[in-house]
Design a protein around this ligand. Structure first.
Ligand SMILES: CC(C)(COP(=O)(O)OP(=O)(O)OC[C@H]1O[C@@H](n2cnc3c(N)ncnc32)[C@H](O)[C@@H]1OP(=O)(O)O)[C@@H](O)C(=O)NCCC(=O)NCCS
Length: 165
């Protein structure tokens, strides 16, 4: 089955979602740093972004960076990935810098990505969430996902949430 490609940029009331640019490398490092593990060097982060941009045209689905309208500050990312699923029924994924939490940005971005996924012709999206992640479940619930089933991973239970488009 073939799908229309997802756009490289999406606009919402407050946000612009767009393809990664090299200027996002510092923000990306900060985001990874907030996870508490190793942070990539600026050079490695920049190279990762270059590779993501180079492969974007052939991919059809994207993780896009989030910015407030008219500003270039990196807030995080939101988009579609294969993740634990498939290209036909990809996963919705998002992660925001702590300083951007609690303002409805993840929900606003996720709703735009859901609309974009529907416009590609896809019928179903998944999202896999750690059982502890209440804010993430709330975002998914607000954009229409429901809990489907649970699997176990090395670091605990993973809840599979589904949205029939
Ligand atoms: C999950 C995440 C993206 C949410 O971003 P956000 O922009 O703050 O989300 P929103 O503001 O759109 O919505 C968050 C909702 O969760 C609620 N919430 C937040 N913390 C909560 C808590 N501890 N208990 C209950 N509800 C909570 C908020 O009140 C809000 O719901 P509401 O609109 O009904 O009030 C952000 O917390 C994040 O980046 N976390 C780390 C990465 C991550 O977990 N990614 C998802 C992996 S599946």
């Amino acid at each position: 089955m073939s799908f229309h490609p997802m756009p490289f940029a999406l606009d919402t009331a407050r946000l612009r979602l767009r393809l990664w640019e090299e200027t996002d490398a510092a923000g990306y490092r900060a985001l990874v740093g907030e996870r508490g593990g190793d942070t990539p060097t600026l050079e490695d982060a920049t190279e990762e972004i270059r590779e993501a941009r180079a492969s974007a045209p052939g991919r059809g689905i994207h993780l896009l960076t989030l910015h407030r309208n008219g500003e270039d500050d990196f807030l995080g990312y939101c988009g579609l990935i294969i993740g634990r699923s498939t290209v036909e029924e990809p996963e919705l994924a998002y992660e925001l810098l702590r300083s951007a939490h609690g303002q409805g940005y993840a929900t606003e971005a996720a709703a735009a990505v859901v609309d974009a996924a529907r416009a590609t012709g896809r019928r179903r999206l998944w999202s896999t969430v750690g059982a502890w992640n209440t804010p993430s479940f709330r975002v998914l619930q607000k954009v229409g996902f429901r809990r489907d089933h649970v699997t176990s991973a090395e670091n605990g239970e993973v809840v599979w949430c589904v949205l029939d488009l």
